[in-house]
Design a protein around this ligand. Structure first.
Ligand code: PXP
Length: 237
């Protein structure tokens, strides 16, 4: 079974546009869970342009399913995550000004750094995942740093699939198999949508969790959150 974790960054962006509390992020997170999502994901960035550090703390008391916090493990992020102790932390090498995550870790070059950070999170009982491109040597490097899971960065698949290039799935199939063989759990995310999720799920083995934000919230503008989540759950069965 593949779990759906809904990334609620976009709801925070909408709220922040007016400075008040509409939409109510905490209520939305609860509702998303009640509509069947098996997790909530947030990606607090240092400039707090969408999720604020206080949101991350407040959500700890709200999220009853799996709570996943993504981000670059700078000191303030590490302190935040260690104080909250979510179900999972997903480490992403995004630079300060980047619009959205746009690269995976080089697990070979960053071996010592990642090993140290992952050890610290695991010592605190937090499951670790690292965002990676679908490259076999990078997956092998991920196993070497001791992470529990990898999150496969799915933008290349999504772009290829939208153009009819179904072969763009192959690196993900190979890397998921390799990750599983090495004892790593497999997550995936970025640019997944109602259009491409079934193809991804049906082809990529061992898929434990997908985290989906931008497309899901955009689809919900037309259909509503409850029906959209229901469709994702059906496609992930
Ligand atoms: N995974 C990571 C590491 C991300 O940074 C994001 C976007 O914040 C996602 C998954 C979700 O991507 P999308 O918003 O395109 O569904």
């Amino acid at each position: 079974m593949t779990k759906l974790s809904v990334n609620i960054n976009k709801l925070a962006t909408l709220r922040n546009a007016r400075g008040g509390n509409v939409p109510d992020l905490l209520k939305a997170a609860s509702d998303i869970e009640s509509f069947g999502a098996q997790g909530i994901t947030i990606h607090p960035r240092p400039d707090e342009r969408h999720i604020r550090y206080q949101d991350a703390r407040d959500l700890k008391n709200i999220v009853k399913t799996e709570y996943n916090i993504e981000g670059n493990p700078i000191k303030s992020f590490m302190d935040l995550v260690l104080s909250i102790k979510p179900t999972q932390v997903t480490l992403v090498p995004d630079s300060f000004a980047v619009l959205t995550s746009n690269a995976g870790w080089d697990t070979i070059k960053n071996r010592a750094f990642l090993t140290e950070i992952i050890t610290e999170f695991k010592r605190n009982g937090i499951r670790t995942s690292i965002f990676v491109d679908p490259v076999i040597s990078i997956i092998e490097g991920a196993a070497a740093v001791g992470t529990d899971r990898v999150e496969l960065y799915t933008e290349d698949f999504a772009v290829g699939y939208a153009k009819g290039d179904t072969a763009s799935i192959q690196p993900y199939v190979d890397c998921a198999a390799k990750a599983s063989e090495l004892g790593l759990g497999v997550n995936a995310g970025h640019d997944l949508s109602l259009d491409n999720i079934a193809f991804f799920k049906n082809n990529v083995p061992h898929l434990a969790e997908v985290s989906i934000g931008h497309a899901l919230i955009s689809e919900a503008l037309y259909q509503g959150l409850a029906p959209v989540i229901k469709q994702y759950l059906q496609k992930l069965q």
